[in-house]
Write a protein that binds this ligand. Structure first.
Ligand SMILES: *Cc1c(COP(=O)(O)O)cnc(C)c1O
Length: 236
C-alpha cells in the first residue's frame, strides 16, 4: 500500500506537471525544453526519496552542508543544483559535486570556483545571478555589471557560463513579475549577440512556486519549485 506521504507527493507532482504543461502549450513550447528542479531545502531525505521514486532527478538546495548530507543518502544519478548564495570558503566542498551553480554574482566568487575547479581537474558549469529588479535585499549583479563580469569569467578555463538566473520580488500576482522574466531573456539575447568565447547564456533559470507558469511563458528553461512540490517550509 502507498504511504500517505507518497500519495501526497504524487498528487503535488501531478498538479505541478499539469501546470507546466499548460504553460508550455500557451507558450507553444515543448515540455522537454523545461527542466523542473525540485527545491528540497529544509525537507527531510524521505521526501526527496518520494520525489525520486516519482521520477524527479533534478534537486535544488541552497546550503552547501545540507546538500552534501543529502547527497550521501540518495542515488548517484541525481543532478544537484546549488541555488543559494555561495560563500567563497564553501566552494571547495561543492566542486565536482554539483551539476550547476545558479548563483554566481561576483568576480571574487568566480575566481575561487576557477581555482578550486582547476585543482580538482574539472570544469564547473555556472549561471550568473542577476538582480533584475534592483531590490537592495537581493543577491545578484545589476544589469549593467553583467557583461563586464561575463567577459572576465570567459577567460577562466575551468568555468563555463551556461546562462542566467534571477529571483524576482515576492508578489501576489505573478503577472507583476512578467517584465522581470522578459528582461532576463532580453539580457541573454543581448549577451549572446556579443559572441563571447567560451560563454553561452542560453539557459534561463527563473520561476518559483508562485510564478513558474509565467516564467515558462517568458522562456524559462529551468524552473525552481519548492513549496508546490514539498509543502510550505518551517524554519526553526
Ligand atoms: C527556496 C527557493 C526556491 C523555491 O521557492 P518556492 O517558492 O518554495 O517554490 C527557488 N529558488 C531559490 C533561489 C530559492 O531559494
Amino acid at each position: 500500500m502507498e504511504r500517505e506521504s507518497y500519495r501526497e507527493a504524487k498528487q503535488r507532482l501531478e498538479d505541478v506537471e499539469a501546470h507546466i504543461q499548460s504553460a508550455c502549450r500557451r507558450a507553444k513550447r515543448s515540455r522537454s525544453d523545461v527542466t523542473l528542479i525540485a527545491v528540497s531545502k529544509t525537507k527531510p531525505v524521505s521526501m526527496l526519496e518520494d520525489m525520486y521514486a516519482l521520477g524527479i532527478r533534478d534537486f535544488g538546495e541552497n546550503k552547501v552542508q545540507e546538500m552534501l548530507e543529502k547527497q550521501e543518502k540518495l542515488p548517484g544519478d541525481i543532478r544537484w543544483h546549488l541555488i543559494g548564495h555561495l560563500q567563497t570558503n564553501k566552494v571547495k566542498y561543492v566542486i565536482g559535486k554539483v551539476t550547476l551553480i545558479h548563483s554566481v554574482d561576483s568576480i571574487r566568487l568566480a575566481r575561487v570556483i576557477e581555482k578550486e575547479s582547476a585543482k580538482a581537474g574539472v570544469i564547473t558549469d555556472i549561471l550568473i545571478e542577476v538582480n533584475v529588479s534592483g531590490e537592495e535585499s537581493k543577491f545578484g549583479v545589476s544589469c549593467s555589471e553583467l557583461l563586464p563580469l561575463i567577459q572576465e569569467i570567459s577567460k577562466m578555463e575551468h568555468i563555463r557560463v551556461k546562462g542566467l538566473m534571477t529571483i524576482p520580488p515576492n508578489v501576489e500576482n505573478s503577472e507583476e513579475n512578467r517584465h522581470i522574466f522578459a528582461q532576463l531573456r532580453k539580457l541573454s539575447v543581448d549577451i549572446a549577440a556579443q559572441n563571447i568565447d567560451n560563454v553561452s547564456v542560453a539557459m534561463l533559470s527563473m520561476g518559483m512556486t508562485n510564478d513558474y507558469g509565467t516564467a515558462i511563458e517568458e522562456g524559462a528553461d529551468l524552473i525552481r519549485v519548492g513549496t508546490a512540490l514539498f509543502g510550505s517550509r518551517s524554519y526553526r
